[in-house]
Design a protein around this ligand. Structure first.
Ligand code: DQA
Length: 166
């Protein structure tokens, strides 16, 4: 009988988990806003969720937009991505242009509900390019983003859509 668990049709591949400025401080940074889960715990959780579907995860957090842009360039072999741009959501045009060339689907994540915060956080320059956007769900949002990405990759593989499709 066919194994129809999410990701099984798509086969293994690597997912890029990218976190922008200040997100390495999760756990101690404004816990009332971002919770107490550390980035290391989030990365472990995403890796676990991805592994259940046969995927591996490449994690990178950096304070500089240049490093994030480089990471996207170097991840053209990844099948998908999960991106929390931090404040680069507001004016990270270089990151936006790099993500525009990323071949696979990717999800944008924000721990906080950016729409319930200051007006300058209400518009993300990367959202129009994302396959999906999750915000306000705390650290759990990353796990949901991983599940949504695996689901999307599975659909793409089953339907013959997505990068490389004729
Ligand atoms: C954030 C929201 C951004 O506006 C903020 O600059 C961050 C964190 C979030 O995960 O809620 O650094 O991306």
């Amino acid at each position: 009988m066919a194994d129809r668990r999410p990701g099984r049709l798509a086969g293994p591949g690597e997912i890029l988990l990218l976190n922008g400025p200040n997100l390495g401080q999760l756990g101690t940074r404004r816990p009332e806003m971002y919770g107490t889960t550390t980035l290391a715990e989030i990365e472990e959780d995403v890796a676990k969720a991805a592994a259940e579907a046969g995927y591996t995860v490449r994690c990178l957090q950096d304070e500089s937009e240049a490093a994030l842009v480089r990471a996207v360039h170097e991840a053209q072999d990844c099948v998908g991505a999960i991106v929390n741009p931090g404040a680069l959501m507001i004016a990270g045009w270089s990151l936006r242009d790099a993500l525009e060339t990323f071949p696979g689907p990717w999800m944008e994540v924000h721990l906080s509900n950016v729409f319930a915060r200051e007006p300058f956080r209400h518009n993300s320059v990367i959202s129009p390019l994302a396959s999906g956007v999750l915000c306000g769900l705390g650290a759990y949002g990353y796990r949901l983003a991983a599940l949504a990405l695996v689901h999307r990759l599975t659909l793409d593989a089953a339907c013959g859509t997505g990068p490389g499709a004729a």
